[in-house]
Design a protein around this ligand. Structure first.
Ligand code: NDP
Length: 400
């Protein structure tokens, strides 16, 4: 079918690339390009001979539009799958525009010097992508990503209108470290130390970080503490789901994680303001990232499950209806299959699916779109086929 250029070769990319290689009928060829080429070469060496997908590698600094443009012109992919960091979204989109190549990512653009989670920068590219006749698919991970697809699916098959959505992200995995993050530590800590917010009756309600705590009894996991966070899909779902009155996002955290985070915050280690250290400017959070365990090393030691899903409340034919659509993923099963823990797995699989649907034309539409703006059915089918089967409960416990 075609060729994908995958930018980044970290935890999420490692899974997405292996999933592309399990789907060689679609991904006949992939080029893995990242800042550190040796990581791309090591993954290629692991996969060559196990797949029909032809793999090449390249070095690229994705902060530089000219380098990206030259690479895309040389490789001529059908789609660029951006699995680097959110800081590179705009430069990669610019290079896609310059070369008229479809674009897919898993996280919204963030300026490096402000932890701001907003789609405004990427949505501003809509007209340019329309005029270039190419598709940008934003946020094709799990959350954002699958959570938007679940919402579109609920809207398509189960509701006349959805009034309330609670997105629940539970990671009950245990890696045995007192403190480690399951994906890029810098991005993760920026997200959880930011103020919380939710969308209600047409406006944002802001909370202090971790101010709202609930306890929820997760299917196949049990009771966990979860905290309200701001999360980027709230912004697009609030616009794209009919009749929505309130949408919130909760993530589970264990006590050890929270105690360490509070302590690190209190001593200034989570700050993104550069400081002078031994004559050099350093960002405390980037230094912290360097001393924390690499998320891609957590695979062998993480046991337990994740449960991520959406609880919908709304109406069907005049009657109230509740629904919970969710996926349960086992860390050790993921490790056995691809050598990664479930957080990278649950992001890498939908990243591959998004790239597949754009590449094969199922989800092509000139412009910039979030996942819930496309037909959810082919994505839901692909989740079942590629390792993230979902379940539906028609009588879920609600979050009060
Ligand atoms: P990692 O830090 O493990 O990997 C990032 C990769 O990007 C590394 O290979 C890194 O290269 C590369 N990279 C960073 N900067 C550049 C650059 N300037 N040029 C080229 N390559 C670069 O991150 P994760 O795999 O954990 O996360 C990847 C993305 O997935 C992030 O955007 C994250 O926000 C998103 N994500 C989305 C989720 C969702 O559900 N939607 C959930 C989890 C993550 P190097 O090896 O040299 O450092």
């Amino acid at each position: 079918m075609g060729k994908a250029l995958i930018i980044g070769c970290g935890g999420v990319a490692g899974v997405a690339i292996q999933k592309c290689c399990q789907n060689s009928g679609v991904f006949e060829e992939i080029c893995i390009a990242s800042r550190t080429k040796s990581k791309c070469d090591a993954l290629k060496a692991k996969l060559d001979g196990t797949t029909k997908t032809k793999i090449t590698t390249a070095q690229v600094d994705a902060d530089k539009v000219e380098e990206l443009t030259a690479l895309i012109e040389k490789e001529r992919p059908d789609v660029v799958l951006n699995l680097a960091l959110p800081y590179q979204d705009l430069t990669i989109m610019d290079a896609c525009l310059a070369t008229r190549t479809h674009y897919v990512d898993t996280a919204n653009y963030e300026p490096e010097d402000t932890a701001k989670f907003e789609y405004k920068w990427q949505w501003a590219y809509k007209k340019k992508f329309e005029e270039a006749g190419i598709t940008a698919l934003l946020g094709s991970g799990f959350d954002p990503g699958v959570t938007g697809v679940f919402s579109a699916y609920a809207q398509k098959y189960y509701f006349d209108e959805i009034n309330y959505i609670d997105i629940l992200d539970c990671n009950a995995g245990d890696h045995g470290y007192p403190f480690a993050t399951n994906f890029n530590p810098e991005i993760n800590i920026r997200e959880v130390s930011a103020k919380g917010s939710y969308w209600e009756e047409g406006r944002w309600v802001e909370t202090e970080p971790m101010e709202i705590k609930k306890v929820y009894d997760f299917p196949e996991i049990g009771e966990k503490d979860m905290y309200l966070l701001h999360h980027e899909e709230l912004e697009s779902l609030a616009l794209n789901i009919k009749g929505i009155k309130r949408i919130r996002f909760f993530m589970t955290f264990g006590q050890s994680y929270l105690t360490h985070l509070r302590c690190l915050e209190n001593v200034g280690m989570t700050s993104i303001e550069p400081i002078e250290f031994e004559g050099k400017q350093i960002v405390p959070l980037q230094f912290l990232k360097a001393v924390l365990p690499d998320p891609s090393s957590l695979g062998p030691r993480t046991v337990g499950k994740t449960n991520i899903g959406c609880i919908f409340r709304g109406k069907r034919e005049g009657k109230e209806r509740n629904l919970y659509i969710y996926n349960v993923c086992d860390h050790q099963e993921c490790y056995k299959e691809v050598g990664s823990q479930a957080v990278a797995y649950t992001t890498g699989v939908p990243a591959m699916i998004g790239a597949m649907l754009v590449m094969n034309g199922t989800w092509q539409k000139p412009g910039v779109y979030n996942v819930e703006e496309f037909d959810p059915t082919p994505f839901m089918d692909a989740l079942n086929r590629f390792g993230l089967p979902w379940k539906i409960s028609e009588a879920p416990k609600l979050v009060d």
